[in-house]
Design a protein around this ligand. Structure first.
Ligand SMILES: NC(=O)C1=CN([C@@H]2O[C@H](COP(=O)(O)OP(=O)(O)OC[C@H]3O[C@@H](n4cnc5c(N)ncnc54)[C@H](O)[C@@H]3O)[C@@H](O)[C@H]2O)C=CC1
Ligand SMILES: Cc1cc2nc3c(=O)[nH]c(=O)nc-3n(C[C@H](O)[C@H](O)[C@H](O)COP(=O)(O)O)c2cc1C
Length: 164
């Protein structure tokens, strides 16, 4: 049996809806941020997330040296940030488009994100083109925005919170 090709894999992955996150960092190597859907909860004891980052991305050396990051999960109202942080724009332009606070680790925390997880990178595992960044959560915040945001079938979809 042959291994599925890259395009078939991507086509299958496009069928899986995922939250959209802006991953930020700041520190000795400077400030950077990128859009990521490859974010997953690992364990709640200790609270840990993973983020998959392509080693070919322009931001990779910055995250690698800083060793800290903040996962900011976008609300439906923040969709335009995803395109901006998805590449081909300067860091100054990306960060100028929103309001930020500084987390405990020094990473930018996006105001009014659905959730923000301020983290220290505890372990890095390289698989193929990507680094899996295991992240210890130092602090978190949540915001009751009315809509969530999902990347599904190569497009954005806003999700309404159920009425309480
Ligand atoms: N994990 C990643 O690195 C992801 C990268 N992207 C990038 O964003 C752009 C737009 O993506 P789509 O419109 O969804 O179309 P697409 O056809 O490039 O990707 C479809 C799906 O395949 C997966 N995927 C794409 N590139 C991947 C990669 N290099 N490694 C592992 N999984 C990957 C993702 O789940 C993505 O939603 C592309 O350049 C894509 O490479 C998007 C989602 C995840
Ligand atoms: C919806 C969406 C999800 C993405 N998810 C990831 C991801 O999980 N991991 C990743 O390395 N890149 C992901 N990317 C691509 C990065 O955002 C992009 O490569 C990054 O901004 C760096 O671009 P640059 O090298 O032009 O600066 C995603 C892009 C989009 C639009």
């Amino acid at each position: 049996m042959s291994i599925p090709d890259k395009q078939s894999f991507r086509d299958a992955m496009a069928c899986i809806g995922a939250a959209v996150n802006i991953i930020t960092t700041d520190g000795p190597a400077g400030q950077a941020g990128f859009t990521a859907s490859a974010v997953c909860s690992v364990t709640d004891s200790p609270p840990t997330l993973l983020v998959c980052l392509n080693r070919g991305a322009s931001v990779w050396p910055v995250f690698s040296e800083n060793g800290t990051l903040c996962v900011n999960t976008l609300s439906g109202e923040q969709q335009s940030l995803s395109t901006l942080f998805g590449g081909k724009t300067s860091m100054a332009e990306r960060f100028a488009a929103a309001r930020w606070q500084t987390g405990e680790t020094g990473c930018p925390r996006l105001e009014e994100a659905l959730a923000s997880f301020d983290c220290r990178i505890s372990q890095v595992v390289s698989v193929g083109t990507h680094d899996i960044l295991f992240c210890d959560i130092v602090s978190l915040t949540c915001h009751p925005a009315p809509h969530g945001l999902v990347w599904f079938d190569r497009g954005y979809h806003a999700l309404m919170r159920p009425a309480c």
